[in-house]
Ligand binder design. Structure first.
Ligand code: ZN
Length: 88
């Protein structure tokens, strides 16, 4: 997991970016792990729903709840301790 002050221009695969200040992250960004090359943005703060939380070590972050894309590849997966777990 990489902390960025702003949304990164280039998203590398297999990497989770969190945007904000340490302790005050507002967005998580990652490439879809299915290989479709889509960028996924997940709000981490505010009153938007759905909203995700990230915890765990920087090297092995956990995102809750699961990520279920409603467009494109429609992937449904968890990020648990840095590993993608597919939901089927
Ligand atoms: Zn995908």
């Amino acid at each position: 997991m990489t902390v960025e002050p702003d949304v990164p221009d280039r998203i590398a695969p297999k990497r989770l970016y969190v945007v904000g200040d340490p302790g005050h992250y507002w967005l998580a960004v990652m490439k879809c792990p299915c290989g479709c090359d889509s960028d996924i943005q997940l709000p981490l703060s505010g009153n938007d729903w759905p909203r995700w939380s990230v915890d765990g070590a920087d090297s092995a972050p956990t995102l809750r709840p699961s990520i279920h894309r409603t467009t494109g590849c429609r992937s449904h997966f968890l990020l648990r301790r840095g590993k993608v777990v597919w939901c089927r």
